[in-house]
Write a protein that binds this ligand. Structure first.
Ligand SMILES: [Zn+2]
Ligand SMILES: [Zn+2]
Length: 387
């Protein structure tokens, strides 16, 4: 009926607690779902755990040896792994490695990465910019050169752990006595204590400082882009190597353009009369924002408004958008024409418009709906699709 727990663990019937524990740990490590993705592994792991639960408990083992049901026939039958908590399993993984000493840890460690945010104008983000940043990070304490000890003093060996940096911790659990090595609390694992810490850094070996840094931001960055500056982050404790500094870009709204990926969108209002008669307007490109004397940079382009231009008409200026951060590609500028209906007409203007309406038989327009593709949205779609 029940599988044989001795066979599952692969131990003799007279195996003692140590042999059981060893066999269980070996199998648990092999079949634990975190390390073994094989579909059968989880089942096997449960089976192994349940077998161990029986044999490690003298009472249950006795019941099993006598041919009874070690779980009393009630809930939590064989194979459920009942009574095993996550902590027990973790102990089996990590607690049992007696004597796996790591020794004192070094006071010197790598510093943390730091993050600063940088607001950029749209043109700066698109074409790149060099900026000076003020950053607040930990730097090496010059008073003690990062050692943390006051002048004329030196660190001494910790008396609690005798310089080992760790102490043995004995814990009783159902798995038996588990000995683990824990970092020494007296010296926080360093193995030595600074009896006379440096006044300027309180023994940390570093102090906070504000410094200026020149950052070159490449063209094509967008909100959320992080530029990594290797080794410009926080210096590590005990004079350890510095972490990296990340500059996170935030692009400010532009007065004309809205950015969508590499494309720039803008809306140009045109008076109704100009839209009807046709005209040419001048559109400032994003380059107009550049602070450069270079004459080869084109800052504006003429936009031809053909006679009879409708509101919502779009013109696409290929390759005038944002340069790509990763390639030579450049997005487009998409111009949407918005025809403005005149308001605040004086007497003469109204008279002229009425005359025009009369000439065009538009005094009483019939309210008819356009076919779907000829409406404003249909035209916008067409403008996007046409190459
Ligand atoms: Zn110091
Ligand atoms: Zn210690």
């Amino acid at each position: 009926m029940n599988p044989d727990p001795y066979a599952i663990l692969g131990v003799d019937r007279d195996a003692d607690a140590d042999a059981l524990k060893k066999a269980y740990r070996k199998l648990a490590r092999q079949y634990h779902p975190d390390v073994n993705s094989d579909p059968g592994a989880q089942e096997k792991f449960k089976e192994v755990s349940a077998a161990y639960e029986i044999l490690s408990d003298p009472e249950k083992r006795r019941v099993y040896d006598l041919g009874g049901d070690p779980f009393g026939g009630g809930a939590g039958g064989f194979g459920q792994g009942a009574g095993f908590s996550f902590t027990d399993i973790m102990d089996a993984f990590f607690g049992g490695q007696q004597g796996a000493s790591r020794g004192p840890r070094s006071r010197m460690r790598r510093g943390q990465d730091a993050l600063v945010r940088l607001d950029l104008e749209l043109a700066e983000a698109a074409f790149g910019v060099t900026r000076e940043l003020k950053v607040d990070t930990a730097v090496v304490c010059t008073t003690c050169d990062g050692s943390g000890a006051a002048e004329g003093s030196r660190p001494v060996t910790c008396e609690t752990c005798h310089g080992r940096g760790e102490v043995q911790h004995v814990q009783r659990s159902f798995l038996g006595e588990i000995r683990t090595l824990r970092p020494c609390a007296a010296c926080r694992g360093y193995g030595e204590i600074i009896p006379d810490p440096c006044r300027d850094c309180a023994g940390d070996g570093r102090v906070r400082s504000r410094r200026a840094l020149t950052v070159k931001i490449p063209g094509g960055v967008d909100t959320g882009t992080r530029v990594q500056l290797t080794g410009e982050g926080e210096v590590g404790p005990g004079g350890g190597p510095s972490g990296d500094l990340y500059v996170e870009v935030q692009v400010l709204p532009h007065k004309t353009y809205t950015r969508e990926g590499l494309n720039l969108h803008c809306t140009v209002p045109v008076p109704m009369t100009a839209a009807a008669l046709g005209t040419s307007i001048t559109l400032p490109l994003l380059e107009a924002d550049l602070d450069t004397e270079e004459i080869s940079v084109e800052r504006e382009v003429p936009i031809d408004i053909r006679p009879g231009t409708q509101s919502g008409t779009q013109q696409v200026l290929r390759g005038r958008g944002v340069p790509s951060l990763r390639s030579q590609a450049r997005g487009d500028v998409v111009v949407t024409i918005e025809v403005e209906t005149p308001t605040k007409l004086d007497e003469r203007q109204e008279e002229l418009l009425r005359e025009l309406a009369s000439l065009r038989n538009e005094e009483n327009p019939e309210g008819r709906a356009l076919p779907a593709h000829k409406g404003l949205f249909g035209r916008m779609k067409d403008a996007f699709n046409q190459k």
